[in-house]
Design a binder for this molecule. Structure first.
Ligand SMILES: Cc1cc2nc3c(=O)[nH]c(=O)nc-3n(C[C@H](O)[C@H](O)[C@H](O)COP(=O)(O)OP(=O)(O)OC[C@H]3O[C@@H](n4cnc5c(N)ncnc54)[C@H](O)[C@@H]3O)c2cc1C
Length: 573
């Protein structure tokens, strides 16, 4: 039977980085196992390669079917009436980086100084900055913050590409005193900044599958990639991980390795640990799982960025003309000033086009999220069957600071969207709700395209009907007027409509062994067992004030160096 030095579970953002970096050593054998399809420059579908990402993330072929999540918390909602919504998590090589929104930023230096309080000084800002530099090839900026020869291309959306709507809102905010900041990944301060993206010179996505698993990396004899293969569980002998059990046509098959590296993402990594016997002992027993290690923190500490948006029906001249362009063109960093919240804790995205279809082209959105959120939820298992998705409960807005900030954000958005300075670019303003209904019409396909073209034609042709049609068919009776005149009504709307930004982190968080809720140490090693690490976004102890792909890649780059150093030390011992 073949035996590997390392088997990596999950070929997502982090898994691809580890596979590429560890196999730089020709004596180190690695098996990378991914449940979804292979993605390479030759076989990648057009919508995955495109620099316009919204068709990729709403294509159900690229995500875990059946994954649902509770978004809003229980504070303003009775538990039994809470609803779940579909929650997209990638299921293809490259993981999130193959379908995500391509926004590429890093977060605040203080985010990483907080990580160091849990995981040790190797996570403080000065220690992670060299890894942010290592991973990137920044086409626009130089200096102490930037790298020039890493695998991930980074660039900013130039002003001349911004739509009329985005330019008008950015101009309004600048006139109100928010400075223009050229480099989102430079010094951390509030202001209006062009979005930084991982799109290359040819307007194509730069995913970890393409940037790290290059043709020459794939040719390494010490790297094996198995796609469309599901790992069922990690196999233990006593408390030592010895390999994994995969599904195969002929039934379960065991693959042995010296060390197992879990990179299945924030939702599926804790599920894998629990299924394999690591979790709260009482929960494991209830599911009939033999206890390998009693770690109460597995699946806890789930965090996301709670978001809300206000949309505007755009006048024709203010719409995005080049439909290959990315829709999120500008970010605005704000400080809420709410007690206990860090500077730059809020992010506003100015969105030129709200979906790929004709109606989306006519709607601009102001999408605000709490970038330094405090609410915590959990992931738990409902079945030991790997095909049954876990329970995912974000419990968003359960921390009062998040609720206050999102309410404040909504009121600010409403004021901005109605400002007379924007009269020339928009007509109707309405609250947006990222519901399953919206998802359904946003999934790519001919029928959705035809329906949306007919509907948007009607909205353009009959301005007298527009307001009524939007209130009745788009927002289903929820009006700005009603929300702005009654705080209780607004809070109910926030509970119902709060969305995430697909940035789940924290469910296998790092910390010291005597920290009851820590799952891993600062090097990803799982407490209580041997030869097993978690190396993905789930180990982040707190959510960074950033979109999470670049922080995850940084984390995986750093983990790869820890593993290499430990291997070297073992070999010379
Ligand atoms: C729709 C969407 C939009 C996003 N937009 C942005 C953005 O614009 N900018 C940004 O910075 N971040 C964005 N993110 C977040 C970012 O992509 C993630 O933070 C990042 O990809 C996390 O990496 P990961 O390695 O932890 O997990 P993932 O990349 O999710 O990788 C986990 C991998 O493990 C595989 N896997 C899971 N279970 C098993 C199993 N049992 N057997 C085998 N394989 C398994 C999965 O199929 C998946 O490929 C977005 C994410 C999504 C989903």
């Amino acid at each position: 039977m073949t035996r590997y030095d390392y088997v990596i579970i999950g070929g997502g953002s982090s898994g691809c980085v580890l596979a590429a970096r560890l196999t730089e050593d020709p004596d180190c054998s690695v098996l990378l196992i991914e449940a979804g399809k292979d993605i390479s420059r030759e076989n990648a579908p057009e919508e995955v390669l495109s620099g316009y990402p919204a068709k990729a993330y709403f294509n159900k072929d690229f995500t875990w079917p059946g994954l649902q999540a509770f978004l809003g918390g229980t504070l303003g909602n009775r538990a039994e009436t809470r609803r779940t919504a579909k929650y997209e998590q990638a299921r293809l090589l490259g993981g999130g980086s193959s379908i995500n929104g391509l926004i590429a930023n890093r977060g605040a230096p203080t985010d990483y100084d907080r990580w160091a309080e849990y995981g040790g000084p190797e996570w403080r800002w000065e220690a992670v900055l060299p890894y942010f530099r290592k991973l990137e090839r920044d086409l626009d900026c130089d200096g102490e913050y930037h790298g020039k020869d890493g695998p991930i291309t980074i660039r900013r959306f130039p002003r001349e590409d911004w739509s009329g709507f985005v330019s008008a809102v950015a101009g309004l905010l600048q006139a109100r005193g928010y400075p223009y900041i050229e480099d989102q990944n430079g010094e951390w301060r509030d202001g209006v900044m062009p979005v930084t993206s991982s799109i290359d010179e040819n307007e194509q996505r730069v995913s970890c599958a393409l940037a790290y698993l290059t043709p020459s990396v794939r040719q390494r004899p010490n790297l094996t990639i198995l796609t469309e293969t599901m790992v069922r569980r990690i196999v233990f002998e006593g408390r030592q991980a010895v390999g994994v059990e995969i599904e195969s046509g002929a039934g379960p098959r065991r693959i042995d390795a010296d060390e197992v590296l879990l990179c299945a993402g924030t939702v599926h990594s804790p599920a894998m640990l629990i299924r394999s016997g690591i979790g709260r002992a009482a929960d494991l027993r209830e599911l009939g799982i033999e206890v390998v290690a009693d770690r109460a923190g597995v699946g806890q500490n789930l965090q996301e960025h709670p978001a809300i948006s206000v949309s505007c029906y755009l006048r024709p001249a203010a719409r995005l003309k080049n439909l290959n362009r990315h829709h999120t063109q500008v970010h605005v960093r704000f400080s809420s000033g709410v007690e206990g919240c860090a500077p730059g804790d809020m992010c506003l995205a100015l969105i030129a086009r709200s979906a790929w279809h004709a109606l989306g082209q006519r709607i601009g959105s102001l999408y605000f999220w709490v970038n330094n959120s405090h609410s915590k939820g959990h992931v738990s298992l409902r079945s030991t069957d790997v095909r049954v998705e876990p329970v995912v409960d974000f419990n968003m807005l359960s921390d009062e600071r998040d609720r206050v900030r999102l309410r404040q954000a909504f009121l600010f958005l409403a004021e901005i969207a109605h400002a007379p300075e924007l009269d020339s670019v928009r007509t109707k303003v309405f609250p947006a709700n990222f519901s399953d209904r919206v998802r359904k019409v946003s999934s790519p396909g001919l029928w959705n395209g035809i329906q949306m073209r007919v509907f948007s034609g009607l909205l353009d042709a009959a301005p007298f009907l527009r307001s009524w049609l939007v209130d009745t068919l788009v927002t289903q009776g929820i009006t700005m007027q009603a929300l702005l005149s009654d705080t209780a009504e607004l809070d109910r709307f926030l509970d119902r409509s709060v969305a995430g930004v697909w940035h789940p982190v924290g469910t296998c968080r790092m910390g010291t062994e005597d920290d009851r809720l820590a799952v891993t140490d600062g090097h990803g090693r799982v407490h209580g067992v041997g030869r097993l690490r978690v190396c993905d976004a789930s180990v982040m102890p707190t959510i960074p004030s950033a979109n999470t792909n670049i922080p995850t890649i940084m984390l995986a780059e750093k983990m790869a160096d820890f593993i290499k150093a430990e291997r070297k030390a073992l070999a010379t011992a």
